[in-house]
Write a protein that binds this ligand. Structure first.
Ligand code: NAD
Length: 260
């Protein structure tokens, strides 16, 4: 049923976003990639995925911290594909510091990239979804949208905010064919987490395997990373017809973290 639909996935040149883009393309969905990186590497990711799946795969280099660039991203996808049926707000960054030492520019960047970009993208995509009476908005949040950890004030604030936005949008469009949900993964091994493993190994003078078990996965009862494919499969499920009554939810996929 997703064949010939079209999607925008913000922050999809790496990690979870690219995994979701791959799964959508394999389900027959045209995909607009977005995000930073080496131009030749991004072009190879784009062309390989297009060749493998036969759908249109494009890349737009918008910086989603800038409202006008978010609108340009949604507009470019609507122009190229004729519609934006599926919006995955996935772009995100992390910075770890005590709140009284947290750099103002990092605070602002995290709010802009995670929460403000979600608002601007939803605002731009929603009129087209309403006109077609069908849409799927998925905010890639985090277990940190449901519970906090120390030293992640900006990230935890932005992720909790994304869940508030998810619920509000879901209520506003509840009588239409549009749903809006948040996916809340625990730790997934991506470049964003590799950076934290590296920093913690240095800070605690511990080998990587001990940092992973004793520091990174300390709160994750399964003691294993969530896999990108698991997050992508949940996204595909939420896009399907069987999920049409699931809206306004924040679904943990966290190895039991938020069951504590
Ligand atoms: P990642 O670092 O692998 O990928 C982040 C992507 O966002 C990249 O494509 C990057 O280019 C893009 N990006 C960053 N700033 C951008 C900007 N200003 N404009 C456009 N694109 C930008 O990270 P990831 O781990 O795959 O994380 C993806 C999402 O999942 C984030 O929202 C993150 O908070 C969330 N998440 C990650 C984990 C985890 O453990 N990795 C867990 C829960 C939630």
């Amino acid at each position: 049923m997703l064949k010939n639909k079209s999607a925008v996935v913000t922050g999809s040149t790496s990690g979870i976003g690219f995994g979701i883009a791959q799964a959508l393309a394999r389900a027959g969905v045209n995909v607009m990639l977005n995000g930073f990186g080496d131009a030749a590497v991004i072009e190879k990711m784009r062309s390989d995925l297009a060749a493998e799946t036969g759908v249109q795969v494009l890349h737009h280099p918008s910086d989603v911290s800038q409202p006008a660039e978010v609108a340009a991203l949604i507009g470019a996808a609507a122009d190229a594909f004729g519609a934006v049926d599926i919006l995955v707000n996935n772009a995100g960054i992390q910075h770890v510091a005590p709140v009284d030492e947290f750099p103002e520019d990092k605070w602002t960047a995290i709010q802009s990239i995670i929460i403000n970009s979600s608002f601007h993208a939803i605002k731009a995509a929603l009129p087209g979804m309403k006109a077609r009476n069908w849409g799927r908005i998925i905010n890639l949040v985090s277990a940190h949208g449901l519970v906090a950890s120390p030293f992640k004030s900006a990230y935890v604030t932005a992720k909790h905010g994304q869940i508030g936005l998810t619920k509000t949008v879901a209520l506003e469009v509840a009588e239409t064919g549009i749903t809006c949900n948040a996916i809340c993964p625990g730790y997934v091994r991506t470049p964003l987490v590799e950076g934290q493993i590296e920093a913690q190994a240095k800070a605690h003078n511990l080998p990587h395997d001990r940092v992973i078990r004793e520091v990174i996965l300390a709160a994750q009862p399964s003691k294993r990373f969530v896999e990108i494919d698991e997050v992508a499969a949940l996204t595909i499920f939420l896009c399907g017809d069987a999920a049409k009554s699931i809206t306004g939810t924040a679904i943990p996929i966290d190895g039991g973290w938020t069951a504590r």
